[in-house]
Design a protein. Structure first.
Length: 178
């Protein structure tokens, strides 16, 4: 019998404090793994207050497996034609179930419902070496229809973060027509 993963929009009133702590920890662990060696310190991508705000803003879609949160994606509108997803995470303990794909699909469906024609994402990568997680993501995003549009140095897009980096990094913006 196959267990069903459910992706749904979630509000701050839908989750207990323990669930928000679990989600925060899941996000931070996923980013620690996916961006290891890129930051001077172990990454703290978010905190419970930030997660609560994203939930209050209806900005998170969560994936649940048997009632337990196993992933999420943050979604927002950039302008009249473009939506963006970010903070895409899936629990490593449940790899191979298609959680990431389901979350991206849910984000794209949300963007279409909001009458957007393009989905955008940003991918942070080391400038002078290949990070295995980032290389995997490049291939995966390409396979699901995304294409790189342009790349800029992090020091140009987010100069406040440069001092925290352990290596020079770039942001690449990817698009997919919806």
């Amino acid at each position: 019998m196959r267990t069903r993963v459910v992706c749904r929009e979630t509000s701050d009133t839908d989750l207990t404090d323990d669930a928000i702590e679990h989600l925060t920890d899941l996000i931070n662990r996923a980013y620690d793994d996916a961006e290891s060696g890129m930051w001077r310190r172990p990454g703290t991508r978010t905190n419970p207050d930030h997660v609560r705000q994203l939930l209050a803003d209806k900005g998170l879609i969560v994936a649940e497996l048997d009632g337990v949160i196993v992933g999420c994606v943050n979604v927002n509108l950039l302008d009249e034609t473009v939506a963006e997803f970010g903070m895409l995470v899936a629990d490593r303990a449940h790899r191979g179930l298609g959680i990431g794909s389901m979350l991206v699909k849910a984000a794209e469906e949300w963007a279409r419902f909001m009458n957007r024609r393009t989905m955008r994402l940003e991918l942070l990568t080391p400038r002078s070496w290949k990070h295995p997680s980032k290389e995997f993501l490049k291939g995966w995003y390409t396979r699901i229809g995304y294409a790189p549009q342009f790349t800029e140095p992090l020091e140009k897009t987010h100069p406040q973060l440069v001092a925290e980096l352990a290596t020079e990094c770039d942001f690449t913006v990817w698009h997919k027509p919806l």
